[in-house]
Ligand binder design. Structure first.
Ligand code: PGA
Length: 223
């Protein structure tokens, strides 16, 4: 039977994902493991530079990241959008305004991720290109902590829209309408090009592509 065949897929899957994928990937592991009970998983969650380090050391079977590393021999496959948005407390004076300028944002205290974060790099790149300097009030190494700091009124920040999906009904935070935003990005599955992908890794790769496709169809227009 099909179930017996699936039982034959045995082994360990080593995954390393960037912090923005930490809601999405674990949630999908439940159904995956039910489908393939013979597969055990080790999942690492770290920032962009942590993923690049693990890739260089060849520690995992598959990596999920948003910014492809240069100078590394890799294969990759985009599978889902990962836009960056500007977040503010819901009662912020700019909430509800249209087409806010970067200049206006630069007058607000800002919360930025830690060096090595891909989110931080993308934000800095945009502001550098436009010649605008941010007023960084606080640096924080966690998307969750940043959301709490925004809600607490410490400042504004830029995060992946996926970080607010778990509480899209949460009235404490709001997405601001700012020029140049959202910053459009994708999640990619990345693997070392010179290495034959294991049966287990290939199985997961196909599972995730399929799951992402279903999400795109379910959320058309809302994500
Ligand atoms: P980060 O990952 O945790 O490095 O900011 C997010 C990203 O690069 O999309």
């Amino acid at each position: 039977t099909v179930a017996d065949l699936k039982g034959l897929k045995q082994g360990r899957l080593r995954l390393a994902v960037i912090t923005t994928a930490k809601y999405f990937v674990p949630r999908l592991l439940g159904p995956f493991c039910q489908l393939y009970p013979g597969i055990d998983i080790a999942l690492q969650v770290t920032n962009h530079s942590g993923i690049v380090d693990r890739l260089k050391e060849n520690l995992d079977d598959l990596y999920i990241m948003s910014q492809l590393p240069e100078h590394l021999d890799i294969g990759f496959q985009p599978f889902l959008e990962n836009p960056l948005v500007v977040l503010a407390p819901a009662n912020h004076p700019l909430a509800g305004e249209k087409n806010i300028s970067l200049q206006q944002l630069s007058e607000e205290p800002f919360i930025l991720r830690e060096p090595g974060s891909g989110t931080r790099t993308a934000v800095q790149k945009l502001f550098d290109e436009q010649g605008i300097k941010l007023k960084v009030k606080l640096e924080l190494g966690s998307n969750e902590a940043i959301k709490q700091a925004i809600a607490g009124g410490l400042g504004l920040s830029v995060l992946s829209r996926h970080t607010i999906i778990p509480e899209s009904a949460n009235p404490e935070l709001t997405v601001l309408d700012v020029e140049y935003f959202p910053i459009e990005r994708n999640w990619y599955m990345v693997y070392p090009a010179g290495k034959q992908m294991s049966v287990v890794a290939r199985t997961y790769f196909e599972y995730l592509l399929n799951a992402a496709q279903q999400i795109v169809e379910q959320t058309k227009g809302t994500l």
